[in-house]
Each structure stands twice: as C-alpha cells, then as structure tokens.
Design a protein around this ligand. Structure first.
Ligand code: BTN
Length: 331
C-alpha cells in the first residue's frame, strides 16, 4: 500500500494509479475521481507535470501517461524479500526525502522507507537529488551500530558494493565505484549514496543509509541535473535486455543492503575491500582530490582496508578519510 496521506499529490494520487496502466481514460472518469467538472480536469492534470510525469490527451479518447508507470507496492516488495529480518517497510507516494523522514524518527533502526517522489531529495555535499515521480528508486534504511562513528568509515563504500550487486542482478555489470561511493556507468552517474549518522559519536549511533538509483528517468524530461547521468533502463535497452519491475529491483536492493548492514559490525569494510577494488573507478590514474580550497594531486592506488583513499603523491603515499573530499580524474 502506498501511504499518500498529507501529500501534495493528494487526490491526484488516485489519478496516477488509474493512468499507470498507460491506457486512455476519459475526462469524465477523471473528473469524477477528482470531484471536478470535465472542463477543469486538464488544469488539475497539469499539476502532474510538476512531479515529472508526462501526460498526453487526444480529443474524444481522453488522457493517458504514455508507456504507463511501474508503481511501487510495499506488499510486493515484502513478498520478494529474501531477508528474514523483522523489518518495518513503508512506501510513500511523496516525501520531502526518505533520509529526512527516517532521521526524524525516534528510533529509525530497521525501518525502511521508499518514496515515489521526493520534493527535497538530498545528495552529498548539500546537493539536490532530482527525484521525479515513479521513475527511480529512492530508498532509505535505518540501522543501529555500536562502536562510534570511526568504525563506520568504510560503510559507505560497502554500501556501494551492495548497489553494484543489485545492478548485476538487474543485468548491468560494467559499472564502477568512484570513491567514496558514486556508482557510475562510463563516467555517468547511475546511483548515489547518502549516509547520515545521529546519536553518540563514540558509542551507540543510528545510521540512515539512503540510496538513489536512476531507473527509468529520461533525458528529454529532466534538465536540472548538473552532472552527466544515466539510468538503468536505458542501459538495458542498449543491450536489448529486458527491464526489471521496480518492485523486484527494490526488493533486491533492500536484500543486498541488509546483508551488508547485518555483517558490517563484525567484518567492517575489510570483507568488501576486494569487491570494491574490482570496481574502482580511476584506479592507477592521476587524480585531484579537493577538500574545500585545498587540492592534492597524485596517482590513485586504491583504498585501505578501512575505506580510506590512498594516493601516491610527490610526498609519498598518503591516505585520506571521508568527509567532504571530492575526487576527479586528470586523465
Ligand atoms: C549523492 O550521490 O549525492 C547521494 C544521493 C543520495 C540520494 C538518495 S535518494 C534516497 C535518499 N533520500 C535522499 O534525500 N537522498 C538519498
């Protein structure tokens, strides 16, 4: 069930579920659902464009969403999970941000939330994560860790491994991981990871792991992303492979995330180190690392067993730890 209470989508959500079949529906039917006259239907439907949904209308036939929408369904996702953990999973039609939602919870641990639309999706380094309706996956999971923030250094890299494993299940193998955790395909961003921590920095803390995966988003509908990006379904289409229903994809993602979250307190990043290195973007390349106004140039030689970045610089091998660092290839 989709929880669409109090969302701006409101009554429009019923229209979305009807039009998701990709068929034409008459203005009269849609007006009935919206509680407005036939003449006023188009004005209401246009609001959907603000959510990133493209509509078309044909005189005498009505309105449709071309190609339909593949909507999320919490029951379907749960039914496809192999994880036996006791999990509280909710799917919302709209949230500000799935990470923000869980960060507002008293105890987010073992709670999972997905949203069809994020009005204020957040990326790393204060960036916006563009989150159109019913096209991608926006998923956050809360988890409790003992042992303080320091023990979590490599967690975001390990989560990158979970995303890579999910993409392999979906049929895409040639992705790379850019330190610390961007998931790229031919240098274009396919998925992003945002990890936020609250609680005791040296003891028990709550972590919210957020993953955004571009699935069906199309370049002709999205203008406001300030970096090269790609989406899973277009990669599959190029290889004439079939796409995976988003509910199955979400279930696979959640299973992979939970497997790593469950083990991490015992294994740390060390267990995922070689899998991460096999996918490392820019390995052996000359790179520039930025930290605010400061830059360091060197050859990227990999990551340590705790997830720190290793650079061969003029001063010898140096290691760098998370935070606000940004990495760029010079080759
Ligand atoms: C990045 O690469 O900058 C991180 C992007 C993380 C986006 C996801 S979408 C689900 C969760 N909710 C958010 O607001 N952000 C994360």
């Amino acid at each position: 069930m989709i929880d669409s209470h109090k969302s701006e989508l409101g009554a429009l959500w019923n229209i979305v579920t009807l039009l998701a079949d990709g068929e034409f529906h008459s203005g009269e039917d849609l007006g009935g659902i919206l509680g407005v006259s036939r003449a006023a239907v188009w004005k209401h439907l246009q609001k959907l464009e603000g959510f990133g949904v493209g509509l078309s209308s044909v005189k005498g036939r009505g309105y449709r969403i071309q190609g339909g929408l593949d909507l999320l369904d919490a029951e379907k996702i749960k039914a496809n999970l192999t994880s036996k953990e006791d999990l509280d999973l909710r799917v919302f039609a709209q949230l500000d941000s799935t990470n923000s939602f869980l960060m507002r919870e008293q105890n987010p641990s073992r709670k999972i939330c997905l949203a069809e639309f994020q009005s204020a999706g957040r990326g790393r380094r204060g960036r916006v994560w563009v989150s159109p309706l019913a096209q991608n996956i926006y998923c956050s999971i809360g988890w409790e860790f003992d042992g303080g923030v320091a023990a979590l250094e490599g967690l975001s890299l390990a989560i990158g491994v979970a995303v890579v494993r999910t993409l392999q299940i979906a049929g895409v193998n040639d992705v790379t991981l850019k330190w610390p955790n961007d998931v790229l395909h031919q240098n274009k961003k396919l998925a992003g990871i945002l990890i936020e921590v609250m609680g005791d920095p040296v003891g028990c803390c709550q972590v919210v792991v957020g993953v955004g995966l571009n699935v069906a988003m199309q370049h002709n509908q999205i203008n406001d992303i300030d970096q090269p990006w790609t989406a899973l379904n277009s990669l599959l289409a190029k290889e004439a492979k079939s796409t995976m229903e988003r509910n199955y994809l979400a279930a696979a993602m959640i299973d992979n995330l939970i497997a790593i979250l469950t083990d991490y307190h015992q294994t740390g990043f060390a267990r995922y180190h070689s899998e991460w290195m096999q996918k490392a973007a820019y390995l052996g390349d000359r790179v520039v690392l930025r930290n605010g106004q400061q830059t360091v140039t060197g050859r990227f030689s990999g990551v340590s067993s705790t997830g720190a970045l290793c650079l061969e610089t003029d001063l010898g091998e140096q290691t760098f730890h998370g935070g606000e660092l940004s990495l760029r290839s010079l080759s």
